[in-house]
Design a protein around this ligand. Structure first.
Ligand code: AMP
Length: 484
């Protein structure tokens, strides 16, 4: 057991005891690959996503290289407060009884209190760049004695425009001896920065240079905006007692709105986004982690780095604008090898973005019907609406199939009948194709509702018409492209 565990590394007894107590038996890939060099003080570039165990990969070497002297000797910069909190929490238990003071420094909390804590003496700072700079400029956070400098989720920091801040902080720490940089992906700017910040770093890429895609089931449901709530209701009904769902929206407003709508249909959900005060966000996350409620509706930034092992379902209510966010989002479930499922609700407008996501990351996100209603439920929690926009083609035409055939009616007769009986203006009637088994009529979306009603009620020569709406036709798109 000794050889497969953490004791093969040069790790102190206090950390080994802490790992033992926590029940960690084997290092993860990123830990296995980085710990030997990182513990010797080498610079490290590590490719690792959240959930891979990267916190300990840099946390343990920092703990080992730092002594309890109430002088800031190491700093970890994270893109979000939530991630900073999580990293500090993990480093705190990892250090066992070493006695290091590991302190968070991030915005949204009381400046005075934070300053006091820092002035009382701190060994390791885990923070977000803005507040770190603020504290340093105000003279509460001396950076000059820093020996170990770590950037967590560097690609995300770049996305969020933190790179100039990171460089500034870096420059205030001229005595650093070791730099570690972790990132899920390596855009050119991150590579350039790493060249600038590091000295012949050891490069560790886990699972190739590609971002690691969690091995979880991914599916998408084609559904118009107006029926996303209906589809979500179906998915929510599949949750088992201990399951937890993280739903993503692209805006804060949408997150709030969705929580409100869910509440109307008696689903418990809580929103998490940047406008919610920091203290409350922390409380929400703790409650979620403790299973006090089962559904969290979050924006990307707020959910970034959330480490909650119990999440079993991720739902993209809105598809993310950046393709990479998709991978980060679905990485919230299926963590450490647990099973999970990620659903994406995709309207016709979202469809090209889904294609981009699946081709960029080489993913298969098959189309699926929404889950069936469970046996003990006989009614949808959210009623499905007719979503004309979703089924109309680019010309605004909706296709209705009726059961009349060539033998019963001619095109002219049918067009005439639609104009006279249904009072459909000529312009609103598109192609009519009469077949051997059924007939398809195109009607403009504005008249589609009334036409459907009429077709349901009327008969033609004594037979029912059995109208059915057809899905948005692919041929219409072809027709569109021929026009170009
Ligand atoms: P991270 O990628 O650092 O956010 O880690 C993801 C999750 O895996 C966290 O809950 C860690 O506490 C946990 N973890 C990391 N390394 C190990 C390990 N070697 N054994 C068991 N759990 C781990």
């Amino acid at each position: 057991m000794e050889k497969t565990g953490f004791s093969r590394f040069e790790i102190s007894i206090s950390v080994l005891n802490a790992l033992n107590k926590k029940g960690w038996e084997k290092p993860t890939e990123i830990q296995r690959e980085t710990l030997p060099s990182a513990l010797r003080g080498k610079d490290i570039i590590g490719q690792a996503q959240t959930g891979s165990g990267k916190t300990a990969a840099f946390g343990i070497p920092i703990i080992e290289a730092t002594n309890p002297k109430k002088v800031v000797q190491a700093i970890v910069l994270c893109p979000t407060r939530e991630l900073a909190i999580q990293v500090a929490e993990e480093m705190n238990w990892l250090q066992g009884d070493k006695g290091l003071i590991i302190e968070n420094v991030y915005g949204g909390t009381d400046l005075e209190r934070q300053a006091k804590k820092l002035e009382a003496g701190v060994d390791v700072v885990v923070g977000t760049p803005g507040r770190v700079i603020d504290m340093a400029k105000r003279g509460h956070l001396p950076l000059s004695k820093i020996k170990t400098f770590c950037l967590d989720e560097a690609d995300r920091m770049l996305d969020m425009g933190f790179f100039p801040d990171v460089t500034w902080i870096f420059e205030q720490a001229p005595n650093r001896e070791q730099t570690m940089l972790f990132s899920a992906t390596f855009p050119q700017e991150v590579l350039d920065a790493s060249e600038e910040l590091m000295n012949e770093p050891e490069q560790v890429f886990t699972g190739g240079t590609e971002i690691e895609i969690p091995a979880i089931e991914q599916k998408h449901i084609r559904v118009g905006r107006g029926n996303k709530l209906w589809a979500l209701g179906r998915i929510l009904l599949t949750l088992n007692e201990n399951d937890q769902m993280l739903i993503f929206t692209n805006t804060k407003r949408m997150a709030d709105l969705l929580v409100e709508r869910l509440a109307k249909h008696r689903f418990d959900g809580i929103a998490l986004h940047g406008e919610i005060p920091q203290k409350k966000r922390e409380r929400i996350l703790t409650d979620f982690r403790n299973g006090i409620f089962s559904t969290l509706v979050a924006t990307d930034v707020a959910a970034r780095g959330i480490d909650i092992d119990t999440i079993t379902h991720v739902v993209n209510y809105d598809l993310p604008v950046e393709t990479e966010s998709y991978v980060h989002r679905i990485g919230r479930t299926g963590r450490m090898g647990r099973s999970g499922v990620a659903w994406s609700l995709v309207s016709s407008e979202d469809a090209p973005q889904l294609d981009r996501i699946s081709s960029t990351w080489n993913l298969s996100i098959p189309k699926s019907e929404p889950p069936d209603l469970p046996d003990n439920v006989d009614r949808d929690p959210v009623r499905r609406r007719e979503d004309w926009g979703e089924i109309s083609d680019p010309f605004g035409m909706v296709r209705i199939e009726i059961s009349l055939t060539k033998r019963e009616i001619s095109k002219r007769e049918l067009a005439e009948w639609l104009r006279k009986e249904a009072k459909i203006p000529e312009l609103a009637i598109g192609n009519i194709s009469i077949g051997n088994a059924s007939t398809i009529i195109e009607i403009h979306v504005e008249k589609a509702g009334t036409t459907m009603e009429l077709l349901k009620r009327r008969q033609w020569n004594g037979s029912n018409l059995n109208p059915a709406l057809l899905e948005r036709p692919a041929v219409a798109l072809n027709r569109n492209s021929q026009l170009v």
